[in-house]
Design a protein around this ligand. Structure first.
Ligand code: AMP
Length: 249
């Protein structure tokens, strides 16, 4: 079984996001970038399945500019066997990413595609679903547990009512939740070894995919600043303020 894992380069989740002065987007220059957090879970799960002897190869793929190579390299350092970088500049919307991944799937013929449930930069939660539609493959989204069966997967998903367990036939798309596993850290020897693993580079335009955005972003704004809090002198004063000013009790 071969597993393709999609990893996106995003602003690190610890970074305090700053909006550009002209409102055209957020500042990315000199900002720490990392792998989209649920994509780390996706890679971890694929590597664990391989270590359990149930997969033969894990291939990491990223769509982005030259720097997205670092994201692929990190996936290689935690156990992916080889990488693919699909080069495209600027904002690449979920539809374009899924069309690109469809081409990669047609070429690589994986049995499974693991992805993150959502990218923390655009919060779209669309790419996996669109890819499943384009390929006409079953999908299991928000996976918090994956059991690999013979020609199917049993996937537990967190939904509003609790935990739902579904079975999907392979080939399938799985989008991974943060609760799926605890991603490992790359050890120094593995970081060194990853430098020797191959990364194939392909231009998105060579795949015949137009990556021009279809959504016009009108404005990006900082969220309103929170007002400073106050200290109350007693419980009575707190109750009175909650009742009369905040009107929450
Ligand atoms: P989104 O639909 O943008 O919230 O992204 C969902 C998932 O799709 C991410 O967690 C990634 O696994 C994958 N994905 C989205 N954009 C890219 C990209 N540019 N390169 C690789 N994977 C991506």
């Amino acid at each position: 079984m071969k597993i393709l894992v999609a990893v996106k380069r995003v602003i690190d989740y610890n970074v305090q996001i700053r909006v550009k002065e002209d409102g055209s987007g957020v500042v990315t220059d000199n900002v720490k970038m990392s792998t989209n957090p649920p994509d780390d879970n996706a890679i971890e799960e694929a590597v664990k399945i391989k270590e359990a002897g149930k997969a033969s190869e894990v291939v990491a793929v990223s769509v982005g500019d030259e720097k997205a190579q670092e994201t692929v390299r990190k996936a290689l350092a935690v156990g992916a066997d080889r990488g693919i970088l699909i080069k495209a500049d600027g904002v690449i919307e979920p539809l374009a990413v899924s069309k690109i991944l469809q081409k990669v799937v047609e070429k690589e013929k994986p049995d499974l595609v693991f992805m993150g449930k959502q990218a923390i930069d655009d919060d779209c939660n669309q790419t996996g679903q669109m890819l499943a539609a384009l390929l006409n493959w079953p999908q299991a989204t928000f996976a918090s547990k994956i059991d690999v069966k013979d020609k199917s997967l049993e996937v537990t998903r967190e939904i509003d009512e609790g935990l739902e367990t579904i079975e999907v036939n392979v080939p399938a798309i799985v989008t991974c939740d943060l609760r799926l596993n605890e991603p490992r850290y790359a050890s120094l020897p593995n970081i060194m070894k990853a430098k020797k693993k191959p990364i194939e580079q392909i231009l998105a335009s060579d795949l015949g995919i137009d990556t021009k955005p279809r959504i016009e972003q009108i404005k990006v704004e900082e969220p309103p600043k929170r007002k400073a809090g106050i200290k109350v002198a007693s419980v009575e004063e707190l109750v009175q303020k909650l009742k009369n000013e905040a009107k929450v009790i």
